[in-house]
Design a protein around this ligand. Structure first.
Ligand SMILES: NC(=O)c1ccc[n+]([C@@H]2O[C@H](COP(=O)([O-])OP(=O)(O)OC[C@H]3O[C@@H](n4cnc5c(N)ncnc54)[C@H](O)[C@@H]3O)[C@@H](O)[C@H]2O)c1
Length: 300
């Protein structure tokens, strides 16, 4: 089971929402914690509110490889090797794919997908070299399972975060590093205000912000789950080394319904040429995947 006390944690998007919940929970476990966020004023406010010498702030845009490396160096110089990585920062645009522009894609893919990629590519080799195990938690979403016409780009990024997490989970298990993918539903957070932090360089073909819709979304997120509750459940999921951490029960039935619908798209075709040999190969692959999943669950 992962031990928290004394480890250094790096929490992206740590100044608000799920991130600040994680920061508080990790501090309570005796970790040193870096709040890595793009909003400098929110970092300052968070650090002040925590009043704890074991927390530091580091401003970073997670979409930038260079900034991620610089932030990692800064945190490790002060708090020692990071062995708990939370790729949590995320932004949303509530619109369909056909209503989106190239810069919308660049922004959301940059934060929601390249952010976790940059986090993993920066910290995982350091964790392996350090040799004391560790844990990576990637925040996806229920929008990483259930899609609708909107928000198209967000759905794309969150489905991809699941792929990243599952693959990494299998490759890192033998190295004593756990990986979980968190899939929250509605959270009490600031994500409805994502437009406020859209970088100037990605504004060219942005649609004007629909302030009425932002207001509506703010009201919806007000009834979301409290970040402190989610954070406790994430830490519990890490202790249990879960592949997926669903911090709220809200979507269990819907997911079962969805899986049934997906399976319903299979057809009983007649056996084609080469079927037997292909099935033999697939059988071997299937067994090896199953073994890897079991090994990952038992590891760390
Ligand atoms: N709010 C929800 O209902 C909900 C549901 C499912 C999943 N999630 C996911 O949870 C995660 C946390 O979001 P939240 O809901 O707590 O939102 P939030 O807006 O309250 O917090 C996200 C934080 O990420 C920071 N951030 C944004 N872009 C950044 C960047 N480029 N570099 C560094 N930091 C950046 C923001 O400043 C903010 O502090 C996200 O990945 C989000 O997609 C949220």
């Amino acid at each position: 089971m992962i031990d928290f006390a004394g480890r250094t944690a790096f929490v992206t998007g740590g100044a608000n929402g799920v991130g600040i919940g994680l920061v508080r929970a990790l501090l309570a476990e005796g970790c040193k914690v870096a709040i890595a966020d793009i909003r400098e004023d929110h970092i300052e406010r968070a650090v002040k509110s925590l009043d704890n010498r074991e927390v530091m702030g580091v401003q970073v845009n997670v979409s930038s490889r260079e900034e991620m490396v610089r932030a990692a160096d800064e945190v490790e110089a002060k708090f020692g090797p990071v062995t708990l990585l939370f790729n949590n920062a995320g932004v949303n645009l509530f619109q369909s794919v056909e209503d989106s522009s190239w810069s919308d894609w660049d922004w959301l893919m940059g934060v929601n997908l390249h952010g976790p990629i940059n986090g993993c590519m920066t910290f995982v080799p350091r964790m392996i070299a350090h040799g004391k195990g560790g844990y990576v938690v990637n925040t996806a979403s229920m929008a990483g399972w259930l899609a609708s016409g909107s928000p198209g780009i967000y759905n794309t990024t969150k489905f991809a975060v699941r792929g990243l997490s599952e693959s990494l989970r299998h490759s890192l298990a033998p190295k004593g590093i756990g990986v979980s993918c968190v899939c929250p539903g509605l959270v009490k957070s600031l994500i409805y205000a994502s437009d406020d932090i859209r970088p100037d360089g990605l504004m060219a073909d942005a649609r004007p912000v629909d302030h009425e819709n932002v207001k509506r979304l703010a009201g919806m997120h007000e009834v979301g789950m409290e970040p402190d509750v989610i954070a406790e459940r994430i830490l519990q999921g890490m202790r249990e080394n879960q592949a997926y951490i669903f911090p709220m029960p809200d979507h269990k039935e819907e997911l079962a319904e969805y899986f049934q619908e997906v399976l319903g798209d299979y057809r009983d075709y007649p056996e084609d040429q080469g079927y037997d040999e292909r099935i033999r190969i697939e059988g071997l692959r299937r067994q090896s995947y199953k073994t890897a999943r079991e090994a990952a669950r038992k590891a760390t």
